[in-house]
Design a protein around this ligand. Structure first.
Ligand code: FA5
Ligand code: MG
Length: 422
């Protein structure tokens, strides 16, 4: 069964929150979800997200650099002919073929509170993911969402049982061809009918986890996701592993085989009872997952570098059409320029600060920053790190002079991190 392309396009223009209903003729109706259930944004609100001044301020806790603020609000996941938008439509198509009706949210404000992103999800105050070395804060209590799970609780609280939620998320992270500080996630939550869970009424902790009902949910989750992977990739090799998230238990990650290597594509689990309780849904049970759309798109379209998704180059965009999965043809293999930098690190050195400095100076010309050597001098009691920076443009050749200038600036500005360049 397919959702017609026009219906999807219409949905992404007008939608922001809509649901698909299967009719017995096999066609789809798109109808707005009941208005009482909506906490989602309007088209007008979503249009304001692309304003960098929303994210930049001189608040002492603000650590959003201009190059990140410039990425927010591009809405790649709502563009029908962008690989991220095409994947999203494919995923929605799959969920529309399932018996439950999923409401789709795709225009929530990327600015969320620490309550939404962390507290509502049992992410403890001292969890590393909350630290400013990993997260972009606007001030003490607001941040750029680090995952779409930040919207789980508000939708649950509003009374919705099954929903998808897609959006751009932001993390200070390592830099290489599959990690980018901005990427897109798609979240799904499904609550089960009360009567199906009656046998586990009042159970919590291990008693709940060992119950037949909890196993039913975990099985349904895995079956749903395996079905999704087959829908996207055809039959493909999959591997489930145990994972840990404070907001689900049990938790799992799914890896799929891509070019001989296992690639993590999503995290998921049975929603923790305390999360449901905090969302005033203690009477229900269910599952949730969050997947990385770039990872899936890189495999499906054979897009070799995550930076390409943000490209403005027509040689990239002209290759993709709504509803079509086509193999990306590289239009360039410009040579890289490699530069090493070594320094003694101070106590409390945060690698992500260094990575971000690189991105801030050289933008998308940085393909990769990798630690290639590290040693501690016992006499000095100091540790030295050496990083190799791969500079490469996706649309032109680089000159030595321009890269030398960037590297010189990096050597200078890295001193602000308290390091001693060797
Ligand atoms: C999460 O973000 C959880 N919120 C997922 C979840 C939702 C679990 C609901 C349970 C219930 P994680 O940090 O593993 O988990 O990220 C999920 C996916 O996002 C990863 O599997 C990967 O596909 C993608 N991802 C993570 N970091 C990056 C990155 N820097 N660049 C591109 N994709 C990334
Ligand atoms: Mg993970």
């Amino acid at each position: 069964m397919k959702i017609s392309a026009t219906a999807l396009a219409l949905a992404s223009l007008t939608g922001l929150c809509y649901s698909f209903t299967t009719t017995n003729t096999g066609s789809f109706k798109i109808r707005p979800a009941s208005s009482t259930a909506i906490l989602s944004a309007t088209v007008e609100e979503a249009a304001t997200y692309a304003d960098p001044s929303r994210y930049l301020s001189d608040h002492p806790k603000n650590n959003v650099p201009p190059h990140i603020a410039a990425l927010v609000g591009r809405g790649l996941h709502t563009r029908p002919d962008h690989p991220i938008g095409i994947i999203r439509a494919k995923i929605q198509e799959y969920f529309a073929s399932l018996p439950n009706e999923y409401i789709v949210y795709d225009a929530e404000d990327p600015i969320v509170t620490t309550t939404q992103c962390f507290d509502d999800l049992r992410i403890a105050p001292d969890h590393p993911g909350r630290s400013p070395s990993d997260t972009y804060y606007l001030d003490d209590s607001t941040l750029l969402r680090t995952h779409t799970s930040a919207h789980q609780s508000e939708h649950l609280r509003s009374g919705v049982d099954c929903f998808l939620c897609a959006g751009d998320v932001y993390r200070r992270d390592e830099i290489d061809s599959s990690h980018y500080p901005a990427f897109h996630q798609l979240e799904a939550v499904k609550l089960f009918p009360k009567e199906d869970m009656a046998g586990a009424d009042g159970l919590s902790g291990e008693d709940w986890e060992n119950s037949a009902e909890c196993k039913v949910i975990a099985e349904d989750l895995k079956k749903t996701l395996e079905g999704l992977m087959d829908h996207l990739f055809g039959e493909t090799e999959k591997k489930w592993s145990e994972d840990y998230f404070p907001f689900t238990t049990p938790s799992y990650e799914l890896e799929i085989k891509y070019e001989g290597e296992w690639l993590e594509v999503l995290g998921c689990g049975v929603v923790h009872e305390e999360v449901l309780e905090m969302a005033d849904r203690a009477d229900r049970r269910g599952w949730a997952f969050g997947l990385g759309m770039e990872r899936l798109a890189m495999i499906l379209f054979e897009i070799p570098d995550i930076r390409l998704f943000w490209s403005d180059d027509d040689r990239f965009h002209s290759q993709f059409k709504e509803g079509q999965i086509t193999k990306f043809k590289s239009y360039s293999k410009y040579p890289p320029v490699l530069k090493d930098i070594a320094f003694w690190i101070p106590e409390g050195f945060e690698e992500n600060d260094f990575f971000e400095l690189g991105r801030g100076i050289a933008g998308d010309l940085v393909e990769r920053m990798e630690l290639i050597d590290e040693f501690t001098n016992p006499k000095k009691g100091k540790t030295s790190k050496c990083y190799r920076i791969t500079y490469r443009s996706m649309d032109r050749s680089l000159t030595n002079e321009e890269i030398d200038a960037l590297q010189d600036e990096l050597r200078e500005r890295v001193l602000d991190l308290g390091v001693e360049v060797r």
